[in-house]
Structures are given as structure tokens and as C-alpha cells.
Design a protein around this ligand. Sequence first.
Ligand code: GCU
Length: 682
Amino acid sequence: MTASASVTVPVPALPSGVDSAWLPPEVFRPLGSRRTLILGTGPLVDTVHGEVADACARFGGDVVRDARAQGAPYDLVLELGRQSEEEDGLGDEGFALVRAEGVTRVTAAGQAGLLYGLFHLVRLGEAAFEGERARETHRPALALRMLDHWDNVAVHPVMGQVERGYSGGSLFWRDGLARGSRDELERVRCYGRLLAASGINAVTVNNVNVHETEAHLLTDRIGEVAAIADALRPYGIRTHLSVSFAAPVVLGGLPTADPLDAAVADWWAETTGRVYAAIPDFGGYVVKADSEGQPGPFTYGRSHADGANMLAAALAPYGATVHWRAFVYNHRQDWRDRSVDRARAAYDHFAPLDGQFAPNAVLQVKHGPMDFQTREPVSPVIGALPNTRLAVEIQATQEYTGQQKHVCWLGPMWSDALRFRRGGEDGPSVGDLVRGGGLAAVSSAGDDPFWTGHPLAQANLYAVGRLAWQPDADPRAILHEWIELSFAPEETADPARLRSGLRAVLDGSWRTYEKYTAPLGIGFMVQPGHHYGPSVDGYEYSPWGTYHFADRDGVGVDRSQATGTGYAGQYAKPWAETYESPETCPDELLLFFHHVPYGHVLHSGETVIQHIYDTHFEGVEEVEEARQVWAGLADLVDAARHTRVAERYEEQLRSAREWRDHINTYFFRKSGVPDARGRRIY
Ligand code: GCU
């Protein structure tokens, strides 16, 4: 192997026993067995060099990094620099790819673009080096592609270390401190590498619920955040921090955190200056304010625009943004009062503030109006604030979708949300509307050897970056990519069986999960607190605002304008009209929008009650089948991965049966309507 004098950032070594996820060594064979020339300088070019050198060391190829070597015959040229006018449009993160006369050439105007170009080649595999390829260009649709870690530094007495985390402890924090051993930081680097290969460029390293210990990350503990930022930087990932709105009081000793108080603004400006002294490429703040007990501007009679703008002003000198979450609602609701509707809250709070947010304030909106349920309509907030930068938030951690004990491939769900067009077919999609703010996902990764607890949940983590890169991407294509990378089927004895088996267990798994859990968009029905497993009335008489209103005659929430909470009116046409009537409302959202009798006939031709019974039996059968398919792949899948998934299928099946029996029995008892097919209902 030839090496030039330039700096090489070595590829981080996967700690022993840790799963290689979507970057197993084999996928670098096509690249690593060829001759590559790298042109350009800079830290991310050094990372690219490290990647190619590592692949070449493994597979016998050759890498040179010297402009004088231009004439020699290379299979691949990776070049930083502007080749043509067109490249100007590719920004820092885009790249161009062409193949002619036996040479594949990736060019990028920015270093990050070269890194993404490299991982694009990895995805293409041998195809990147075959035939001719007309010049194609790639650039991310969304500039911010972020994973939010709900990680606590100290173990929280109720939520544990990672809030809603199902993958062990935090990758960043242990025993109340930032992970600092060589191995631990190496693992953080490996994480950054995986994320970069999926298209992610930002990470928030702590929970949106900022507890006392974590508040200090902003000030006296910023050095620990800087160490994490150092580990992530070689893969183009910027570090962000969740901060407490009360920080000026809690950390600064000020009597108030009033956003319009000059001393408060000064405190934030100075504090932010110190953050940048420690982390020059710091990404910005994420804020959960006036939500579920977190402090916020309401305490001082100020608006959320006042709060966000004060932080935006502190970040503006550094060109950074504040991500201000729109998840604001009354969590002390009276269930007796049916006029209050939690689904309305974000729109009611934020739509009137349109145009009042600073240019570097981004409103971060959950994709649905409630809380990451298996099925929700798209939040009416997205599209309702044309003069506000918006980001959409999705949840990779499977809080309500099986907690990484169940297989639930979420690509199709997220894709539906991103492709939703609030104004109808001719209007912009959600993916278009969040161009100014980006996509943020609650991360599912932890210190579990498989990163995500359930090895197949890695597909969701992978899809976040890919969908943020291209929100209108076909989720089937993303799943295909993930399978090819993670399982390298061509290297196994039976590629076709492996591919079809993986697709069989993953493709429809979200719909399967939906079938055996809460029906027709009604949501929740989960055990309170931890949110795993069924409890139909668990939240029914609670203050959280998540009700189903089942009685002997029917079920569902009337959110129509005519007779209900009026939520349907928060949409523009055509959706406001479509959702308004049970006749036009899509079946899968019927109970979200309407309270209907059990005998109501769906578009499918079934009654609501029969649909509930049928889907619950089917859902369990589908899990039984998937478990069988998985068992049949034992000879083609890494043993550790196979065993872990097989174990989780046992729990999924147990849980699916429990869901089926709870839901079916509950609705049989309420309605008294027997199953038309005479199956056993307890
Ligand atoms: C959900 C989740 C909480 C989280 C909250 C949020 O309610 O259960 O753990 O803090 O969302 O998004 O802020």
C-alpha cells in the first residue's frame, strides 16, 4: 500500500463484541481492492483518506494522496474542489459522481461532500466501478439532520439513564460523567462514523428534560461536551446541547429567567461565548419549555417567541440556531372536560406566533399532534406557519412501537409523514416545508452491543439519516440498502433467501404492530408510565389528555368542527374536509377523528368491532409467521445477531397475544357484539 505524507484519521476500531451494523468490513471490498487517488486537504479529507487506506489495507488496494500523481492509472479519484459551475450548487455537503474511461470520479466543493460521496460509493458497491456512468449530483434536501439523545448524565430515579431508551446505557455518559476511556471514546467515534454513513450531521447529547446535573453541561461541565464533540467531529457531526430555560436562575444565580430581562440576555450571551470557546463548531441549543414540567417563558408572562428569540440572539454571532420544541400542552387536563383536546395544543400555541421568530430560531414539531403513536395524522402545525423555520421530529426509539422488543420498521410511517401534503396534491410536502429547519429524530442507540437493542431496529436508525437526506426517498429502497450493507447477502450461501426473508419480517412489520395494538388511529391504550404492553383504560381517566372514550355504544374522539373539538379545522383544504366526516376520513384514522358506533361500517366493508377482532387475530398470526421466517435464516445470519432477534421474537409474540386478548376482550365486554368468525375471545 502506498501512503502519502498527508494526515490520515484512522478508522475507529469497533470494540470487541460490538455489532458492525451497516458498516461491516466486507462492504468496503469494492473500494478497498482498487487504486484510489485523493486530492484535497482538510480534516474531513483526512477522514476520507483514513477510510480508503483502511479498506485498502484489508483488501489489497492502493491509495495515493498527491496531486503530482494525477497521471497514473486510477480506478477512483476522490477530489475536493470545484470542477464546474454546477458544483457551486452542491453546497458543502453535496457531491458529483461520474464514471468514464474506467475511472470513477467523485468531486465535491466541500469536505463533508467528499465524505458523503465516499459512503455513497460504499452503498453502490461493485456497481460504482462498472461500465460508464453519466454525471450525477447528490446533495441533502435538509441541511440539518439530527439525532436527539434523551440521555441523562446521572441515572434518573424514574427514567433511568436514557429516557425512553431500550438499548442499555448511554453512549456518551456513564456513572455521572462523560465516558472518557480510550475504548469508550472509540465507540463514540464508531457511532459518529455509522451516523455519517447514513447522512446524519448533528447530535444532541442530552435529554430534552434537563435535570439538575445535566443543566451544568452548559457551563462548568462544558469540557465533557467538548470531548464528545471532538470524537464526533472527524465524521462531520456537530454537537448540540439541550438546555434548561431556567439556567440563568439555576446556574447563574439570577433572580429571574425572564427572556426580556437584560441581565438574563447578557447571561445567555456570555455563557454561549464560553460554549464556543470550548467547542468552536458547536451546533446550537435544543429547548423543551413549558412542557411536562419544564420551565419556560410562560412563568414570566412571555411568549414562546420571546423565549426562543432570546436564545437565538445569544447564538446568532456564531451562526447557530436554537431548536425550540412545539411539544407544549396541558398535561394536567381534566378528563371530564371533553372540550379540551391535547391534539390541538401545538397549533393553538404556535400558529398565532408565526412571523415572530428570529431567523435563527427553528420550531421543532413532532410529526403527529399527540406523541409518536403508531398511527397519527400529520401535525397541522407543519405548514401553518409559513414565516417560521420548522423542523420535524420523529422518534427512532420505539417508545410506543414495541420498545425494540418488537420488530417495527418505521421507514414507511416516517415516509408517509414526510410526503404528506397539507394543501393537497399540488402543495408542498412536509419534507419541503422543513427545508429551513431539518429533521430531528429521538435516537434509539445506546451502549448495547447491537446499538439498538433489537438488531433489526438498526434499520430505523439508518433510515433517519437517509430520509433526512432525501425526504421523498422510497422507504423500500432504504430498507434494501440497509439489508445489502448490514447483511452483505452476496457473501452468504443463499443471497436470495436471505434478502426475501429479511424483507418478509421487516416490510410490513409496522402494520403488523398496528394490527395487534390500539385500533384505527386511537392511540395509547398502553401501560401508564413505561408505555409497554396493553392497558386500555390506563390513561382514560388520567390528566394526560389521551382518551379513547369507549362506552357500550362506540369508541373514538370527535375532533370534527361540527360537533367535536374542532381539531379537524386546523388543517387546510382538502384535509380539513376529508377528516371532518366519518364518510371521508381514512379508515386508519377514523377513531382519531370520530366517535362512532361499533357497527359503523368502514370503507373496507367491515364494521369497526369486526375490524378490531380481525386485525388483532391477524396481527398475532403475522408475528408467528415472521418468527418462523426468522428461524429459517439461522444459517445465513451472524449467530449473535440471530440469537438476539430470535429471543426478542419470543417476547414479541407473548406481548402481541396479550395485546390481542386485552383489546378483543375489552371491546367484546363493552359492546356485547360477538366475533362473526366465532374465535375465542376471553
Ligand atoms: C413523551 C415521552 C417523554 C418525553 C416527551 C417529549 O411524552 O414519554 O419521555 O419527555 O415525549 O417529547 O418531550
